[in-house]
Structure formats: C-alpha cells, structure tokens
Design a protein around this ligand. Sequence first.
Ligand SMILES: [Zn+2]
Length: 412
Amino acid sequence: MPSNKSVSDAPIIQFHNCRILKDHKLRREDLWIREGKILNPEKLFFDEKGSADVQIDCKERIIAPGYIDVQINGGYGYDFSLETDNVNCGISVVAKKLLSTGVTSFCPTIITSPIEVYQKVLPRLALRDSQPAHGSALLVGVHLEGPFISEQKKGAHLSQNIRSYKARGFQDLLDVYGSLDNVSIVTLAPEMERSEEVTGELVRRGIRVSLGHSIASLSQAEAAVKQGATFITHLFNAMLPFHHRDPGIVGLLTSDQIPDGQIMFYGLIADGIHTNPAALRIAHRAHPSGLVLVTDAVAAMGLPTGQHTLGQQIIHIDEELHAYVAGTKTLCGSIATMDFCVRHFWRATGCSVEAALEAASLHPAQLLGIDSVKGQLEYGMDADMLLLDDELNVKATYITQQQQYMSCSELS
Ligand SMILES: [Zn+2]
C-alpha cells in the first residue's frame, strides 16, 4: 500500500488551501515538501504512490518564496561594520530576527571601513554555501559597499576610509579586503581609474560588481557593464541625478548597451523615505525585471528612536523614522524591514502582488546566481517560504520546511 518510503523515509508535508507564487503568477495549487525541498506531486502520486504525512491548512494565505536582502548593514542593535571582535554574534542575532520580516537569506553589508575591519570581519563570516543555523536566515555572501567609491557621492561613508586602486589595480583591492572568499557583491564607483580591470577580475572570480556611490556618466557605467557589472546599488541614491543629455548610472535601466540575455539589476530602497513613490514608479515601469528591493537597513532597524551607530559614525533616528548622520540631514540607510518595503513598493507603484514579491525573492536570487535553489517555488528547490495575508503581512516563515517564525495573530 502506501509507498512513501520508496524514495525516502522523510515525512511529506502538504500545504493546501493556498495560492502559490509560481511562474510569475499566484496559482491555486497545493505545495508539497520533503526533506526541505519542494516536491513534484505528479511524481509523488504516480511514481512513488506517495501521500501526505502532514497536511497544513493555509487558510487562503499566499505562499511566496522567502525574501532575500542583498544590502543590510545590521539591525536590532548590531552593526556589521563595527562588530569586529564578535561579528558572528551580531550576525546570528540578526539572522534569527530577520525571519519575522520574511527574510530567509541575506548579504551582510560592510560599508566603507578601515582595513582592519575587512581583515577581521571577512574571515569570520560563514561561507555562503553553508546551511543556516537552526531558526536563522542564511548568509549568502557578504556585500562590500566601498571603500572604492566617489568622494563626491560618499553619502554616509567616511572620507578618510575611501580608497583608490589606481596604483596597483586589483592588487590594491585585495590588499584592503584581504580575502574575497565569502564575498558575493562589491559596490564600486566605475569612473575610478582602473575600474574596468578591477571589475573584470572580480567578475572572473564569481563576484557580482555593483555600481554605486558614484558620479559616473552613462558611458562609464556602460563600460563597467561590458566588463561584467550586473547590479546598481540603491538606484537614485548616491549617484548623479537623471539628466536627459547624460542620464548617468540611472540610464542603464534603458541602455541599449546591455549584453544580450543579461538583466541589469538595480537595488531600490522602498522605505518611503529614500525614494519618492514617483521615482519608484519610473524605475518599475522602465525596467521591472531588474528591480531588486533592498532594505539598506542599519543597526537601528528594530530599535526605538534615538542615537545609534553606523560604521564609525553616530546616527540619529527621528520620530518619522528617518535615519540621519547625527547633526546633519544626510540619510544613512534605512530602518525599514523587508516586509514593509515590499508592501510600500506594492502600494506606491500599483504593481501586481506577484511583481512586488518577485522583486524581493526571484530577482535577488537571479542577481546572486542562486535562482536554481532559492527565490522560486519550483520543484526541487529549497522550501524557504512565507505565508502572507492579502496585505502581504508575514504570517509565518519556513526555512527548508521547518516553521521558524509565526506571527502572534496566527497563534491566537
Ligand atoms: Zn550606500
């Protein structure tokens, strides 16, 4: 009779009464999981004659892939650019707490810092392919934002830590970072001398090059794309504003110089503060398939208003949830959570639910080259997923089938 054991002894879980995000649409289907992977029910029924060991009634909820945040500086009081002696402690606290925001994978981001920070922090971070600790979001590589950026668009990064690689090119970069083993993304300013060779070398090593904190012209940005750059760091912020005769990095969204078959991805901070809703709509309508929602969250995310730290600086969170360098009006990252950004982006642009969800899941997975295992709910992929209500509030978060977070309203 039942032959659930024909392939594996592991229990089969069936989520039913739900809508699943699949093939860019919400579909009324059940979702089947075994050993942390999404099962093809046809194979299960017909080849294995298998059936569910556990059934979960989703009460009409949406099931979406877990969110992937490729730019997060810290949160809940921990700043990844400061926690040099005990960075793993900060990372593990944030990795646990992120689950309530729907984030199941993330790239801890180190802003422009002194050399000692890179050389202390980078070797301590777990490799991207490792399994997440129980009840934690998975690290999918570090995002190094700087220090090879433009002084003129430094934003909240400190001038004294900004560097160039004009003397020795890629070797200068290696001397600063020490190791690139755990690095997924490097943000650099493409107008800097020798950027093309540095970009090409990073790309050859499997690292995504992102353009940002820059005064690059469109042609300089296009030259970087020809060397393999595939991402733009927080579009509109810390770059030249759009100008019709030279649209700068923003022009990459509609450039005819992007190589065939390549998607130009770009990060957007949809926190309601960094990017005006009209700008969100312009970006989305011009180039929806490259849109990647990022939080750019700082240590103060999840904390009350007041003074906090970002890298070597003191910042201030005001009552309207703006995060400024203390004593200035320079924005320095957000304190919005990813689930908030998804909801804000969805409402501000009037895009489909599917588009909003894919901007936080499929697109970042494609950017990182992990879309064969994460960011989608296709057969054989990791069962990192969210239960969401119709307003896109996170009701539960699962990582490889284990429920790791459930909202209080679901418990009542
Ligand atoms: Zn930045």
